[in-house]
Design a protein around this ligand. Structure first.
Ligand SMILES: Nc1ncnc2c1ncn2[C@@H]1O[C@H](COP(=O)(O)OP(=O)(O)OP(=O)(O)O)[C@@H](O)[C@H]1O
Ligand SMILES: [Mg+2]
Length: 545
């Protein structure tokens, strides 16, 4: 028995003795009135025990008070690091719980956004003072403490998760009862319109001229999918997904100094043999626009590298360049061809190309668990972007194939913004088949692609054919309209495409055609600097649930 428990029992015993002593002479009378005394004694005893037990329950760690950080002014510039500093200055710790549930953050009420926040401190007084201090720092937002404290066990669990990892994330559980939920995109005349989740892996094409609402639509898809527990991997070049991904508890990688970086080695699978060698050769040939003789040289170099390396120690682009540089040539045309190939490969191993293609950490970004942004805005050339995109897709495919779990329910959505700049344009039939096969395999293993482009004619036809759902925003280009007429069943709809306002679109899918107004996602009003600082410092813990 603990010492504190003993105190309680002693206290009760003392009380009972006192009562008994005072009433000793009237014992018979007491017995007659026993019921009323008994009730009184029991009530007093339980009261004492209750108070004692409340004080006895050991609190693990600090007091944790849930709070709400409501942002009233959508343009409020909240510097999260500043809030953290203020809290820390007052001996508190602040944890932002980014809730993305339907009733939670980024909710449906426009103009107002809220975070869930946990404030950790010694006692409620201290926490209250901290919250007031934070509230007084600027306008447009307010921290309101909840009356209750957080269950100590749950609080402890969250703190442990936060302490263990740089970025903590708790995925959204799927609801097995609603096997095929609808990914709600928007509405038409009050009717909700969306994509059944199981259809996503048919792949989606989003087209429309500039400013027609493509990115807004894709953000809705990403947001809705994450509500269902499906993460997205976004490849963008204009930082347009920063706040969305960040706000969903996701991760951001780019090739800017100081940020978390991603690198991908296109040659990592070369030691596996001829099939992989040919895929790499065909892809590089298409991206670098190689002549047949250069293709042959490349193939020869890749085969040699495959022979002299192992899966544990794969070659990289630098090794490839060195291999080709070392080839001896027997004629002037052959030498020219080799020199030109070297010139084409050099940008891939110099400048920022060296950092991007030398190592390979794409599979450790956590893309299969939380929304992830690969921001390619700082990548020097379109060629490098295409290589990153293609080999990222391939790596993802290989990853899910290894898992050997075929799935119609999507596990991941991959968004390619400006897809025309990311998908390789294969010159020949073999190349086209490579892309078709890649798309089909991604589909089979539960990866849904979202290709975004301003024009249909700029995307390889094979890629267009491999998208089962087409979301069409306003398009005016005659060639695109002509193309659309070839596959839209309801021809009169095509005329409507010319008149769509931003955010309006026509969705063409195997089951039919729908026109709708897309509902935009209310994003976090965070400044670029604020997000940058947090990403670079890695000092915040983002939990989404
Ligand atoms: N669903 C929508 N609801 C309300 N406004 C919208 C919607 N979609 C687009 N808009 C408006 O149109 C603007 C441009 O949208 P968005 O950036 O999505 O276009 P885009 O097609 O991606 O353009 P770009 O080709 O230049 O990338 C938005 O900033 C917004 O003001
Ligand atoms: Mg856009």
């Amino acid at each position: 028995m603990k010492r504190e428990d003993l105190d309680v029992y002693l206290l009760i015993a003392a009380l009972m003795i006192l009562l008994f002593y005072k009433n000793y002479g009237n014992i018979l009378k007491i017995l007659m009135n026993l019921s009323i005394y008994l009730v009184m004694i029991l009530a007093a005893a339980s009261f004492i025990i209750l108070i004692k037990m409340r004080r006895l329950s050991p609190r693990k760690g600090p007091l944790v008070v849930p709070a709400r950080l409501s942002v009233y002014d959508k343009d409020a510039n909240i510097n999260l690091n500043k809030l953290k500093d203020i809290a820390e200055g007052m001996g508190l710790r602040i944890i932002f719980l980014i809730s993305i549930g339907r009733s939670g953050l980024m909710g449906r009420s426009p103009g107002k956004v809220a975070y869930k926040v946990l404030l950790l401190g010694k006692d409620r007084e201290m926490i209250r003072a901290g919250a007031s201090a934070i509230n007084s720092t600027s306008e447009g937002f307010k921290i309101e403490l909840m009356e209750r404290n957080l269950n100590p066990d749950l609080a402890q669990e969250i703190i442990e998760i936060c302490d263990e990892s740089e970025v903590a994330s708790i995925g959204v559980g799927r609801n097995p009862e609603r096997d095929e939920p609808l990914l709600e995109l928007g509405e038409r005349k009050g009717r909700v319109i969306g994509i059944p989740v199981g259809e996503l892996t048919k792949h989606i094409l989003v087209i429309g001229q500039t400013g027609s609402g493509k990115t807004t639509t894709v953000k809705r898809i990403i947001y809705e999918a994450w509500n269902l527990g499906i993460p997205s991997l976004v490849l963008d070049s204009h930082w347009e997904y920063r706040n969305l991904i960040f706000g969903m508890g996701g991760r951001i990688f780019c090739s800017r100094a100081g940020y978390p970086q991603v690198c991908i080695n296109p040659l990592i699978s070369i030691p596996k043999g001829e099939k992989e060698i040919f895929l790499v050769a065909e892809t590089l040939s298409s991206l670098l626009d190689l002549t047949p003789s250069q293709f042959y040289l490349l193939l020869k170099a890749l085969r040699r590298l495959s022979d002299i390396s192992s899966e544990k120690n794969p070659p990289n682009m630098y090794d490839l360049l060195m291999e080709i540089k070392g080839f001896s040539t027997s004629s002037q045309p052959e030498e020219e061809s080799r020199a030109s190939l070297v010139r084409k490969l050099e940008p891939l191993v110099s400048g920022d190309g060296e950092a991007i293609f030398k190592c390979d950490n794409i599979l450790s970004t956590g893309f299969e668990e939380v929304p992830t942004l690969l921001e390619l805005g700082d990548v020097e050339s379109d060629l490098q972007k295409r290589l990153i995109a293609f080999f990222t897709l391939k790596r993802i495919k290989d990853y899910y194939i290894r898992e050997e779990a075929k799935s119609r329910y999507p596990k991941l959505i991959v968004v390619l913004e400006e897809a025309e700049k990311l998908i390789p344009y294969y010159k020949d039939q073999i190349g086209m088949e490579l892309i078709s096969r890649l798309f089909a395999e991604l589909r089979k293993f539960g990866v849904a692609l979202v290709l975004v482009s301003q024009s249909l004619s700029e995307i390889p036809e094979g890629a267009v054919r491999n998208t089962g759902i087409k979301i069409i925003h306003k398009v005016e280009s005659p060639s695109d309209l002509k193309f659309l007429r070839t596959f839209m069943r309801e021809k009169n709809i095509v005329d409507k495409i010319l008149t769509l306002a931003p955010g309006e679109c026509i969705m063409n899918f195997p089951g039919g055609v729908e026109s709708l107004q897309v509902r935009s996602v209310d994003e976090l009003p965070l400044s670029r600097e604020s997000v940058d600082e947090v990403i670079m410092m890695n000092s915040f813990y983002w939990i989404s649930r």
